[in-house]
Design a protein around this ligand. Structure first.
Ligand code: ZN
Length: 507
């Protein structure tokens, strides 16, 4: 192998190793680390992050990438690696190191203040820090591409190729239809009569269920570990080491169940990249949205489906005395209760994307300077009132609920809704290609499902962009139609709404 290529491959490999180490430290912080070690851990992570930045932008890496960019004889994979790496490297080089350091310090303080502000339910404490974060992000967008809309620059980090223009078009249609579906449901007799069951579900049994779900979605037990954390997440340490976590609530067993299913979907994706891409910059998902599609797919379309529970409920029920006299239909209603609520991560399938759209619209207004940070709580509450018909009683149940902004993540929220729409597109396509799909799910056999995902999505890693993978797999661009069709088919039946549309054709 020639020296330039060898050097380029070794830079990629070193970065892959460093990322794994950073991920391991972060996983440990969220699961087992003693509380007092927080600032030492922050130092360790900052050190490794700076080292990774140095490696990525080193003269050596720059020389290799420059030389290889001109080569015509590279393999297809090497050529794409060079292209992608070059883009990431250029981006990293455009932001002055001083700015990077200042921003990471700001994030550390802002995160602490956000926690305190959330606890005290006072946005005014966090406001000056959010103002600084917004100002610094605007500056960063200017460094990267002064000609682009700042929000488009942020979107590119999470969903390469996505723009405000494209999202606006899709979200506007999604929003109108979701609000219409909500109106249908809330007008139903079933909705008026619905009541959440108050039952106790022992933690030990919930844990057994979480482990079982993990095993069903990711059967290769030797490459995955499940732990507890306050907020469920998935992280990758190396090719054969993916960690997922779940959180448990005594009166709400669906929270841990949903987390186990959602995070296992992420894990299956991480474990499914082609080994040919190992150690390269392509050994990852091409976007946050497509990653989310894999978790939402298992969470919504498989483990919240009637077919799944027809097979799973008898075994599930045995774990909980409280369910002894609860028939499947009643249980299924409970699992899929629709009710406008204030907290995004607790939202049901129908209202979830409205929470996301609210955040997207507010972020966009902030960065287009149409909204001032100090007016954010008022704007937040108004949107909750307009779209969901409810108003937060304080800032901690409103504008302060998510961690994202305090960590400097802007442009991340839309990927939750993009992933949800992608998941519905995938499910529809799979259903079209596999007439036995529902039968498979009803018998707990996920081999065909996993194999479809592996062939069409997972193995590609980041060889293609997310929208290219989706186009190949589903033969269409991002659309809300499949998701809306899915919601109508499921929830109009559940709530016995008049406008039942069994074909899933949207209006
Ligand atoms: Zn997720």
């Amino acid at each position: 192998m020639d020296t330039m290529l060898a050097r380029f491959r070794s830079v990629q490999k070193e970065l892959w190793i460093l990322q794994g180490m950073i991920a391991l430290l972060a996983w440990d912080r969220a699961t087992h680390m003693p509380k007092k070690a927080i600032s030492q851990r922050a130092e360790q992570v900052a050190y490794l992050t700076a080292l990774a930045h140095e490696k990525k932008t080193s003269k050596d890496a720059q020389r290799a990438v420059k030389a290889l960019s001109k080569r015509k004889n590279l393999t297809a994979i090497d050529a794409i690696c060079v292209k992608r790496f070059r883009k990431e490297m250029r981006k990293a080089l455009k932001i002055p190191l001083e700015h990077v350091k200042k921003f990471s310090n700001l994030v550390i303080t802002a995160s602490h203040v956000w926690e305190e502000a959330k606890e005290k339910r006072r946005f005014s404490l966090f406001q000056p820090y959010l103002e600084k974060l917004v100002t610094m992000k605007l500056k960063e967008a200017g460094y990267i591409d002064a000609k682009k809309r700042p929000y488009d620059v942020f979107l590119d980090d999470f969903e390469e190729g996505m723009t405000v223009k494209k999202i606006d078009k899709v979200f506007e249609r999604l929003k109108i239809r979701l609000i219409r579906i909500m109106q249908q449901i809330t007008a139903s007799e079933q909705y008026r009569r619905q009541k959440a069951m108050k039952l106790v579900f022992p933690f030990d049994e919930q844990r057994k269920i979480a482990a079982d779900i993990k095993q069903r979605i990711v059967p290769d037990n030797d490459r995955i570990a499940l732990d507890d954390s306050v907020h469920p997440f998935t992280t990758t340490i190396s090719e054969d080491d993916v960690r997922i976590t779940a959180a448990y609530r005594k009166h709400d067993p669906f929270f841990s169940f949903t987390a186990a299913s959602h995070e296992s979907g992420h894990a299956l994706y991480e474990l499914g990249f082609s080994k040919k891409l190992s150690g390269t910059t392509l050994y990852k998902a091409p976007s946050t949205g497509i990653h989310e599609s894999q978790s939402r797919f298992w969470e919504n379309h498989i483990t919240k489906s009637k077919a799944f529970w027809q097979f799973y409920y008898p075994a599930y029920k045995k774990h909980f005395k409280a369910l002894r006299n609860v028939p499947l239909d009643r249980f299924f209603q409970q699992l899929n209760l629709v009710k406008p609520s204030l907290i995004r991560i607790e939202a049901d399938e129908v209202t979830y994307c409205l929470h996301v759209i609210i955040r997207y619209e507010l972020e966009k207004a902030l960065f287009e300077r149409k909204l001032k940070v100090k007016d954010l709580p008022k704007a937040w509450n108004k949107k909750y009132h307009d779209y969901l018909g409810i108003t937060p009683k304080d800032d901690s149940h409103g504008v302060l609920q998510d961690v994202h902004w305090s960590e400097g993540y802007f442009g991340y929220f839309p990927t939750y809704a993009i992933g949800t729409m992608y998941a519905a597109m995938i499910f529809n396509q799979m259903r079209k290609e596999n007439k036995r799909l529902e039968k498979n799910i009803r018998s707990g056999d996920f081999t065909a499902v996993a194999s479809w995902l592996q062939r069409k999505i997972h193995r590609h890693g980041a060889t293609f962009l997310a929208h290219e993978i989706m186009k190949k797999a589903c033969q269409k661009e991002l659309t809300p139609d499949d998701f809306i069709g899915y919601l109508k088919e499921k929830y109009y039946a559940l709530y016995q709404c008049k406008q039942v549309n069994m074909k899933g054709v949207t209006t």
